[in-house]
Design a protein. Structure first.
Lengths: 343, 263
């Protein structure tokens, strides 16, 4: 006889109340830091490292399914945005935060494998796939159960578990949190080119998760925990910005063939869009992707702020080099509490 | 006990006596503690003693993030002042529920000042039950955290029962360590967790860490699946890549498991 289970106690309300205590733990910058960059106040980023963002190029590519032609699609997209990976050690960072059979949580392994072969054809010296899952500590399970291990075996590529790999502290290049330094895996710092490869999803804490939010998975759980709760306490949006300012991905490849709407990034519903979005600027790529999701990217706080220094968020300065994004707009049901993001 | 698995663990040993998370990585407390338990390794214990923080704790410090591995290290240390200081740190470490949330159990966090979660709470409970049985209130708090974070139907994930009204599924790895921690404390809670583990361990056995922790828990509870799990673990562990999974494998198959068998 099963004992009656206790009532749920940990939920959004609790989380939000708890998160309000962030400033006390992480030195005050966490909760307020990203608001500090108003005109007349010191910018929270290192201006010597980040010149004003220039023009960006983003390619929107039709991709009806995972079953055929993905390598050519990725190749076309990377070439269209002028990606230069010749002789480079490339690190591909998909979103494998968790595995749930039948869900659309993860960047599809078939697209990851296609990206590997496309990058090789473009002359990459090496292509490594790496991730530090944020929910499950057992990366081996996530990678095998999701099919990623098999897909990478088929294209003879290695996988690096960023949760366990060699890592070292790096000073942050911005101060949206009080973290001051981040442990960054060597696999990331040794790469000449980092490509963020997210799933197109809604996110119940920050609205959408795309190439910038995906970078949470570059930080090792053995420091930040499972989940990477220290980053939540430091401020999720601020952490996104501080991490991206250290990792500085060169390109983004967004899996929008099937995305996730509603209560993402884990418990949402699959959403077919049939698109791959590739850009030479992660901020611009996220702007275009959010727009395809039916969201107003200027209302996504961290994307708007990222557009001040990490990349281009002004649609007028994002050159569309693929198909017309307007043809792919497929409004996503927003995450709970994020209806205001809808256009 | 497979010598090959122990050799794989030893491949993560560094010249300083500690163990890194993967071969070639600098030594860190958690893999060193697991190796010390699994291999009964005095050099590993010496490394741990030399790397105790001033607050008695163990774990990497990165900016304001102070990772807390003190529970597992307290289990690895031999009796002595270092273990007592570590246990003091465990007793004095609380998960942070933030302002305005009262009455919820606190448990233990992955890093100081953040929420309590299942795995660090389980390690802390194991350490206190083994070596500081007087810390009754803290063990009770840990037990209460495991009760309220239990997945619907039994077992645990990292520590969320529901999220925005959606029941969150249990994981094998966290269910296994929670079961080890609460052995003998709450029969009904353990029974639900064990049933979940027995149902699911095979489905997640492609992950070495999940398989190893499941094996340890199945053995601890005398589950009929334990022999099959041990067989599969012996086959899988020699290809393991990281010291935590390998340390758990060695521990689950060898005498180190007795360290987790608290009275």
């Amino acid at each position: 006889m099963t004992e009656p289970a206790p009532e749920p106690r940990i939920d959004r309300r609790t989380f939000l109340v708890r998160a309000a205590g962030t400033a006390a733990v992480f030195g005050g910058a966490a909760a307020l830091g990203w608001r500090l960059g108003h005109p007349g106040r010191p910018t929270p980023w290192n201006e010597r490292i980040f010149p004003p963002p220039g023009e960006a190029r983003v390619a929107v590519l039709r991709a009806p399914s995972y079953d055929r032609g993905l390598e050519a699609i990725v190749l076309d997209g990377l070439r269209a945005v002028g990606a230069d990976v010749g002789g480079a050690r490339v690190l591909l960072k998909p979103n494998m935060v968790e595995y749930d059979p039948g869900s659309s949580i993860n960047t599809d392994p078939r697209l990851v494998a296609a990206a590997v072969t496309a990058l090789r054809r473009m002359g990459a010296a090496s292509v490594t796939v790496a991730e530090g899952p944020g929910h499950r500590r057992d990366t081996g399970y996530v990678v095998t159960a999701s099919g990623l291990a098999e897909a990478l075996h088929d294209v003879d590529t290695s996988f690096v578990d960023l949760n366990t790999g060699v890592a070292a502290p790096r000073q942050t290049n911005s101060s949206y949190t009080g973290l001051r330094e981040l442990w960054i895996p060597r696999a990331v710092t040794d790469a000449d080119v980092v490509i963020s490869m997210p799933k197109m999803k809604t996110h119940h804490w920050v609205g959408v998760t795309l190439s910038l939010k995906n970078l949470f998975g570059t930080l090792p759980g053995r420091v930040y925990g499972w989940p990477k709760n220290a980053l939540h306490w430091a401020g999720i949006e601020g952490s996104i910005l501080d991490i991206a300012a250290v990792v500085r991905p060169s390109y983004a490849i967004v899996d929008g063939i099937v995305g996730m709407e509603g209560n993402g990034p884990i418990d949402g519903t699959s959403k077919s869009v049939g698109v791959v979005v590739i850009g030479d600027d992660p901020v611009a790529t996220d702007v275009v992707s959010a727009t395809i999701m039916g969201m107003d990217p200027s209302r996504v706080a961290y994307i708007r702020e990222a557009g001040r220094f990490l990349g281009q968020a002004d649609p007028d300065r994002i050159v569309q080099v693929g198909e017309d994004p307007a043809a792919f707009v497929t409004p996503f049901a927003p995450a709970p509490g994020f209806a205001s993001l809808l256009r | 006990m497979s010598v090959r698995i122990d050799d794989r663990v030893r491949a993560c040993r560094n010249g300083d006596g500690g163990f890194g998370p993967v071969p070639g990585a600098p030594s860190e407390p958690e893999p060193t503690a697991l190796a010390a338990i699994a291999l009964d390794d005095e050099d590993a214990r010496a490394w741990l003693r030399a790397h105790q923080r001033d607050d008695g704790g163990f774990g990497p410090v990165v900016g304001p993030v102070v990772r807390d591995d003190t529970g597992v290290v307290a289990l690895a240390l031999a009796a002595g002042p270092e273990r007592q200081r570590a246990l003091d740190k465990v007793v004095g470490t609380f998960g942070n529920n933030g302002p305005g949330v009262e009455g919820d159990p606190l448990g233990w966090p992955w890093s100081d000042g953040t929420h309590g979660w299942v795995e660090p709470t389980a390690w802390a409970m194991l350490a206190l039950r083994a070596h500081r049985p007087s810390a009754v209130e803290r063990v009770r708090d840990g037990l209460e955290l495991l009760r309220v974070r239990e997945s619907v139907g039994g077992g645990w994930n990292f520590g969320d029962r529901t999220m925005l009204g959606v029941d969150q599924r249990p994981y094998v790895q966290t269910t296994g360590i929670a079961l080890l921690a609460l052995h003998g404390l709450d029969e009904a809670l353990s029974a639900r967790g064990l049933r979940t583990l027995r149902d699911r361990w095979g489905a997640e056995a492609s992950g070495l860490l999940s398989l190893a922790v499941a094996t340890a828990a199945l053995r601890r509870y005398g589950a009929p699946e334990a022999d099959d799990a041990m067989r599969r673990l012996r086959e899988a562990a020699p290809s393991g890549q990281d010291a935590v999974s390998l340390g758990w494998s060695s521990l689950a198959l060898g005498p180190g498991l007795r360290t987790l068998e608290v009275p």
